[in-house]
Design a protein around this ligand. Structure first.
Ligand SMILES: *Cc1c(COP(=O)(O)O)cnc(C)c1O
Length: 369
């Protein structure tokens, strides 16, 4: 790959394939794979990622919001798409684009049936979400009877799946809690299936669930972060490859005298002679202000250069005092080493946040080495 001459996020599609195959190797042959491509494909561009995964025969996609699903349809994605957190205002558009809603409470169920009926739908696929401990979205376990009696009033919808979401699948200290969630989900699913008289698809695991709870894969798993190269543990990170490398360049180098300051509000004041590099990436690109003032770092020719002073909207300044480099040289923000996770922890964050924060103005480049 040519050296970066501006800020770019390079996406390695071969690494995506590698991660997909690794995650699939953890599944039974007949377990379906749903790829989570919400939040712009975790920052990697959902349409590009989904097109590539569709060619690898992924079974399902999921997004958070309706407009994300519409974008996938417009990009030519024909596989089923689950919308995890739809809002009633978008139901008409959701149906127009053959997107499948997660139904998480009675209000959404009633309103979706009303819209689907008005749109003259029959057996429109819906997914019933149950809350088993995350306490975020979902019906409680005692709602099964009322859901089923509502469903029996209409031909407009049909339950394609029943699902739940684990609260702490990456944290083995919470194993008892997670096993309890899985058991609760099983009971709900049995009860639901018996009463409705057919077998919807069952699913509960995200990436860490896939890796840590093979007994809970059910009929399908929902993987996001693992596809992008992170496994929420040092051990699993070894088996995965980060697909994104965020690169930039040195725009200018300054020599800072003792007593000089660097950046807005003079947040950094030097007590010695320093060399700084100014880089064309700032908080508007996704490097938040919490990485400033010595917390975060970038890598110049393999060496760590800490961010000094406040992060600006479009720029950061880094300390390159002991690094042999010049204007125009390439800088790595994250990639294979250090990874996005390594950088995120410097500001008490996680890989998920830093990769989904890379803003739209950063150019994405796709490679398949
Ligand atoms: C985001 C999300 C996932 C994917 O989780 P990862 O940890 O990224 O694999 C799965 N299921 C639901 C309901 C989600 O919101």
């Amino acid at each position: 790959m040519a050296k970066a001459q501006e800020t770019v996020l390079e996406i390695d599609l071969k690494a995506l394939k590698y991660n997909f195959e690794y995650l699939k190797s953890k599944l039974q042959a007949n377990t379906n794979f749903l790829a989570v491509v919400k939040a712009f494909g975790y920052g990697s561009d959902a349409c590009e990622i989904a097109k590539y995964l569709q060619d690898l025969n992924v079974n399902y996609f999921a997004v958070a919001y309706t407009n994300e699903g519409v974008a996938l349809r417009k990009a030519g994605i024909t596989q089923p798409i689950l919308v995890l957190h739809p809002q009633t205002i978008n139901f008409k558009s959701l149906i127009e684009h053959c997107l499948e809603p997660s139904i998480y409470n009675a209000k959404i169920l009633n309103e979706f049936i009303t819209v689907a009926s008005a749109e003259k739908q029959t057996e429109y696929p819906i997914h019933i979400k149950f809350n088993t401990g995350l306490n975020r979205l979902g019906f409680s376990d005692d709602a099964v009877e009322s859901i089923i009696s509502k469903l029996k009033t209409s031909e407009a919808v049909k339950v394609k799946s029943i699902f739940s979401h684990l609260a702490a699948s990456e944290d083995l200290n919470e194993k008892e809690f997670t096993l309890n969630q899985i058991e609760t989900f099983k009971q709900i699913a049995d009860n639901f299936t018996n009463q409705i008289g057919y077998k919807p698809i069952l699913h509960a695991c995200n990436t860490s669930g896939v890796l840590n709870y093979p007994e809970a894969h059910f009929d399908m798993v929902r993987c996001g972060i693992g596809l992008y190269g992170f496994g929420n543990s040092e051990k699993e990170n070894q088996h995965l490859k980060p697909i994104g490398t965020l690169k930039t360049v040195i725009s200018q180098i300054h020599t800072i005298k003792e007593g000089d300051s660097v950046g807005y509000n003079r947040a950094f004041k030097s007590d010695s002679v320093l060399k700084t590099a100014t880089l064309p990436i700032g908080h508007a690109d996704g490097i938040g202000r919490h990485y400033g003032n010595g917390k975060g770092f970038v890598t110049v020719h393999g060496q760590k250069a800490p961010i000094i002073g406040n992060v600006c909207m479009d720029m950061i300044m880094v300390n390159i005092t002991n690094i042999d480099c010049k204007e125009g040289d390439e800088v790595i923000v994250f990639g294979e080493n250090p990874t996005a996770e390594d950088v995120a922890v410097t500001a008490n964050s996680i890989s998920y946040e830093i990769i989904t924060s890379i803003s739209q103005r950063v150019k994405r480049i796709y490679i398949s080495k």
